[in-house]
Design a protein around this ligand. Structure first.
Ligand code: NAD
Ligand code: UD1
Length: 343
C-alpha cells in the first residue's frame, strides 16, 4: 500500500517512514523543509533500502498537494505530521500557526476526498488534556481549554477530522495523542534536528553535553512531585513510529462509518526531569551538569497516560526503555558533532 507521509523528513515523520518501509508499505514524502533538512531523504532511502519519492511541497498549497496525489493514484493512506510545533513561538505568531497547521490539514482532507483516500492517521498531542485533574489520563479524560495557539490547533484539528469522518463514512481516521517521544534511530542515522536552541528537554540535554549550549537549566524544583521536578511520559520515537504502522493496519481493516478514534501513545510511566538526567548520566557515562532555574511558563506539573487502549486496539507497546532512548539520542548528537552537513 502506498502511504503519503506529510512532514516525512521531520523528527517523528522520518522514523515513521523507515518503520512503514520495514513493514512493507511504500511511503511517499511531502515536506516543505521549514523544519527539516533535504539530506535526511537520502538517509531514509539508505535505511529503508528502497527508493522513496519526496516532494518539496507546502501542504497548504492545495494545487501542488493535489498533483502529488494524482501522481500516486495508489495512495490509500495518509499520515499527517506536517505542522509547526513550538509552543512559545505559537504565542508570538498565532496566525502563522493557525494558517499552517489548520490550512495543511484542510488541504490534506480535501485532497483525500477528491482522490478517495480512506485512511488518515493524525499527529495529536497530550497538550489537549491540559493540566489533568486525574492521572493517568485515558482517552475519555475531559479535554481542557488549550493554553497556547499550538495546543489550540491540535484540539481544532481533532474536531475538524471528527466532522469530516462523520460526513464521509469511507474515511477512517485515528488521532494519536503523543506524550513525550524522545531518542533517535538506533543506527544514529536519523534523529531530532532542532533549529537554534532546543526547547525540549532531551535535545537540550544532548547539546549541553556536547557543549553546543550552556548547562541544562531545570525549570522548577518546587512542584508537588516526589523530587520537586515535573513528571512526564517519555518514550522512544521508534516505538512511536511503530504505533503509526499499527494504526494503518487497524484502519485498513476497520468498518466503514467508524468514528474518529483517539489513542494515547506513551509509556504510561511518570518520570521526573531529575530522573531523566540520572538515567542519561548512567546510560551514556556523561556527567551532564545542570542547575535549577525558575518554572517555565505554561508547564504542567504532571502528565502521563494510560496506554491500555493502544495495547488493546493496536497491539502496541513500547519495546525500548528510556535508557535506550537517551543513549540513542546521545549517539545521534555525537554524529552531528562529527559532521554538521552529512552526506
Ligand atoms: P518536526 O518539525 O520535526 O516535523 C514536522 C515536519 O513537517 C518538518 O519536516 C517540517 O518541515 C514539515 N512541515 C511543517 N509544515 C509544513 C507544511 N505546511 N507543508 C509541508 N511540510 C511541513 O516535528 P515532529 O516533532 O516530527 O512532529 C511531528 C508532528 O507531531 C507535528 O504535527 C507535531 O505537532 C506533533 N507532535 C510532536 C510532538 C513531539 O514531542 N515532537 C508531541 C506531540 C505532537
Ligand atoms: C512540550 C510542549 C508540548 C509539546 C511537546 C513536544 C510546553 C508547555 N509543552 O511538552 O505542548 O507537544 O513539548 O514538542 O512547551 N525542561 C527543563 N529544561 C529544559 C527543557 C525542558 O527543565 O531546558 C523540562 C520542562 O519544564 C518539562 C520537561 O522538561 O518539565 C519536559 O519538557 P519538554 O521536553 O519541553 O516537553 P513538554 O513540556 O512535556
Amino acid at each position: 500500500m502506498d502511504v503519503l507521509v506529510t512532514g516525512g523528513l521531520g523528527y517523528i515523520g522520518s522514523h515513521t517512514v523507515v518503520a512503514l518501509a520495514e513493514a512493507g508499505y511504500s511511503p511517499i514524502i511531502v515536506d516543505n523543509l521549514c523544519n527539516s533538512q533535504a539530506w535526511i531523504h537520502a538517509r531514509l532511502e539508505q535505511l529503508a533500502g528502497q527508493a522513496i519519492p519526496f516532494y518539496r511541497v507546502d501542504c497548504t498549497d492545495r494545487l501542488a498537494l493535489a498533483q502529488v496525489f494524482e501522481q500516486h493514484p495508489n495512495v490509500q493512506a495518509v499520515v499527517h505530521f506536517a505542522a509547526l510545533k513550538a509552543v512559545g513561538e505559537s504565542t508570538r505568531h498565532p496566525l502563522e500557526y493557525y494558517q499552517n497547521n489548520l490550512g495543511s490539514l484542510l488541504a490534506v482532507l480535501q485532497a483525500m476526498q477528491q482522490q478517495h483516500v480512506g485512511i488518515l492517521v493524525f499527529s495529536s498531542s497530550a497538550t489537549v488534556y491540559g493540566e489533568p485533574e486525574k492521572l493517568p489520563v485515558t482517552e475519555t479524560t475531559p479535554l481542557q481549554a488549550p493554553t497556547s495557539p499550538y495546543g489550540a490547533t491540535k484540539a481544532m484539528a481533532e474536531r475538524i477530522i471528527a466532522d469530516a469522518v462523520q460526513a464521509n463514512p469511507q474515511l477512517r481516521a485515528m488521532a494519536l495523542r503523543y506524550f513525550n517521544p524522545v531518542g533517535a534511530h538506533p543506527s544514529a542515522r536519523i534523529g531530532e534536528l532542532p533549529q537554534g536552541t532546543p526547547n525540549n528537554l532531551v535535545p537540550y540535554m544532548t547539546q549541553a553535553t556536547r557543549g553546543v549550549v550552556p548547562d541544562l537549566k531545570i525549570f522548577g524544583h518546587d512542584y508537588a512531585t516526589p523530587d520537586g521536578t515535573p513528571l512526564r511520559d517519555y518514550f522512544h520515537v521508534v516505538d512511536l513510529a511503530c504505533a503509526h504502522v499499527l494504526a494503518i493496519d487497524y484502519l485498513a481493516k476497520a468498518r466503514e462509518g467508524l468514528p474518529l478514534q483517539f489513542v494515547n501513545v506513551g509509556a504510561g510511566t511518570p518520570v521526573s526531569v531529575l530522573q531523566v538526567v540520572e538515567t542519561f548520566r548512567q546510560a551514556t557515562g556523561q556527567p551532564l551538569p545542570y542547575r535549577f532555574a525558575p518554572r517555565r511558563a505554561g508547564d504542567v506539573e504532571a502528565i502521563w497516560c494510560d496506554a491500555t487502549l493502544a495495547k488493546n486496539l493496536l497491539g502496541w507497546q513500547p519495546e525500548y526503555t528510556l535508557a535506550d532512548a537517551l543513549l540513542h539520542a546521545w549517539k545521534w548528537e555525537q554524529t552531528l558533532g562529527e559532521q554538521e552537513i552529512p552526506a
